[in-house]
Design a protein around this ligand. Structure first.
Ligand SMILES: [Zn+2]
Length: 188
């Protein structure tokens, strides 16, 4: 399977990338320390951050299982959900709610997986910095190609996913905030 995913989560299957995205495999990007901590100092487009909250942010998975595979990440570097405070968890749930709506609108998935891997034994690629995976699913997307060869093609370019969600997610966050009558100004 090789080790071409740098510091990013390493899926159990090998992903065949569309040719125009080959640079993400071969560029040999190296990160000092934790990628989830370091990535926030980059520009949104470079980092693939689609939303920045006060306590957490939403970022595209650079090595997605499916188009629209995003992660909700607290700014604070802790390995497990139980080490986050309720304000952090509440904001992550707000961003999760908005993210589900954004993915439904952008991708019309048949289903959505939401998951947290705590610890390497549980499959966490970046075990030191907890994060929530949100993953659109379609009937038949786990097809024989994945089952028998461990390979999978992700058809949409990350740039397209980024543009789509960057244009939809902030509105969905505001929608949730309005519905709940929250006072939060998550834009700051
Ligand atoms: Zn970190």
């Amino acid at each position: 399977m090789g080790d071409k995913t740098g510091e990013w989560p390493k899926p159990w299957y090998k992903i065949l990338y569309a040719p125009w995205r080959i640079k993400y495999i071969t560029s040999g990007e190296r990160f000092e320390g934790c990628v989830f901590c370091n990535v926030t100092s980059q520009k949104d487009e470079e980092a693939l951050i689609v939303y920045r909250g006060k306590l957490s942010y939403v970022i595209l998975n650079r090595y997605p299982y499916n188009s629209g595979h995003i992660m909700i990440v607290p700014y604070r570097h802790v390995p497990s959900l139980d080490e986050l405070n309720l304000a952090e968890l509440a904001e992550m749930m707000l961003l999760l709610k908005a993210s589900i709506r954004a993915l439904k609108e952008a991708y019309r998935p048949h289903g959505i997986n939401i998951g947290v891997n705590i610890g390497e034994a549980a499959g966490a690629g970046i075990a030191g910095h907890v994060h929530i995976h949100v993953l659109p699913r379609w009937t038949g997307d786990t097809n024989f190609t994945v089952m028998f060869s461990g390979t999978k093609v992700v058809p949409e370019a990350l740039e397209d996913t980024y543009r789509k969600l960057k244009s939809i997610l902030p509105d969905k966050v505001m929608e949730v905030i309005r519905e709940e009558g929250l006072e939060w100004d998550t834009s700051s």
